[in-house]
Write a protein that binds this ligand. Structure first.
Ligand code: MG
Length: 381
């Protein structure tokens, strides 16, 4: 059986890797739609190879070039953020891969679920900002959220055939980022160029900075809370610099199960698209005997406070995690623009959380409003 997949964010690192999987398993998947923010050259090559029925170009400034592209291939085009929903309607996908960045992925994800599509989710900010709404919608529609985050994908694999009621906790592993060993003073002096060099994974700019501050791991704790319906105190984080174990689960009898592999998102994406089926692929096997050691340590919340802010925000609930995400998006942008230092990223998040007035059980409108307000606060700090 062939599944139709639509990729939101097809020109990013997850999007292109998803197309690698689609190419290798073309008897299982056809690509019905693609979207990019504005990388038209790469989109052009993707259209040529995968023949989608429709595309979206989100950046309004690229609308003219996008029209010329769509005309050349005689395919449908939608533009702007609002056009993402229309893209989903036009393509009628079985699976929508959300590989966009930031809260921008929330509305199209909710819409995809409403249309009865499974969602393979790489865009973790969707669950950070709207996790309760998203999971409720998925349950109501009887569709699945398939995690394309290596940690949650690992947890899902470890939980296959297991009873959730016998789960004691999950342990999300973190590489610790490039600055794991730096002192607070040294952290104050790091540059965006240094922060963009991740030791084990190749990723987009925002998530690479989020990995360096551990905000990424904080988001993953929130993501895990929603995906696996677990209280926050059953989700722990361990720094594991080798990134060989992608996460672990512990059961009530003290048994731990872990998922190990080479660091290649291909495997994670394949697992999400085929879950729970497994197929042979070209991923390099993990050579256990070539590993010197697997080490684990507790995260240092004093040097990396963003992780504790994530726990705090999820305990507060409601729109607190929206404020957390908005403040982080603004702070990361300001750091990349060399307007603030690395250690001012957590300060801006702290300041924004302190000023935020939480609304519990928010609807989409309230989430988007909290997002706008928190961005303004984060810009002013
Ligand atoms: Mg991850």
């Amino acid at each position: 059986m062939s599944n139709k997949i639509l990729i939101l964010g097809s020109t990013g690192s997850i999007g292109t890797r998803t197309l690698d999987v689609a190419r290798d398993f073309s008897e299982h998947f056809s690509v019905c739609g693609l979207s990019t923010y504005g990388q038209l050259d790469l989109l052009n090559r993707q259209i040529e190879e995968f023949h989608p029925a429709a595309i979206n170009v989100t950046n309004p400034e690229k609308a003219d070039d996008a029209r010329a592209l769509a005309e050349r291939y005689e395919i449908r085009l939608t533009t702007g953020q609002a056009g993402l929903k229309e893209l989903i309607t036009l393509c009628e996908p079985d699976i929508v891969v959300t590989a966009t960045v930031g809260i921008a992925g929330l509305e199209p994800t909710l819409f995809a679920l409403e249309q009865g599509c499974d969602v393979a989710l790489a865009n973790k900010e969707v669950l950070v900002t709207g996790g309760a709404l998203v999971m409720k919608k998925a349950r109501k529609k009887g569709v699945r959220i398939r995690p394309i985050d290596s940690e949650h994908n690992a947890v899902a694999q470890c939980l296959m055939g297991q009873s959730l009621s016998k789960l004691r906790r999950i342990i999300l592993t973190a590489s610790g980022g490039p600055f794991r060993k730096l002192s607070k003073e040294e952290l104050g002096r790091v540059t965006p160029e240094q922060a963009l060099t991740h030791p084990t994974w190749k990723m987009g700019n925002k998530i690479t900075i989020d990995s360096a501050t551990l905000m990424n791991k904080g988001f993953e704790v929130i993501e895990g809370h929603h995906l696996f319906d677990l209280p926050i105190d059953q989700i722990e984080v361990a720094i594991h610099p080798q990134s060989v174990i992608h996460s672990l689960v512990e059961f009530v009898d003290g048994s731990l199960l872990a998922q190990l592999s080479v660091t290649d998102m291909y495997l994670t994406i394949q697992s999400a698209l085929f879950y729970p089926e497994r197929y042979e692929n070209g991923v390099k096997p993990l050579d256990l005997c070539s590993l010197n050691a697997l080490t684990f340590e507790k995260p240092d919340l004093e040097r990396f406070p963003c992780l504790s802010y994530a726990y705090e925000a999820i305990r507060e609930g409601g729109t607190a995690t929206v404020a957390l995400n908005a403040a982080n998006e603004i702070a990361v942008r300001r750091f990349l623009d060399k307007e603030i230092s690395f250690m001012q990223i957590p300060q801006i998040i702290r300041g924004t959380l302190d000023k935020h007035k939480t609304i519990s059980d928010p609807d989409l409108g309230e989430i988007l409003e909290a997002d706008r307000n928190s961005r303004e606060t984060a810009k002013s700090l």
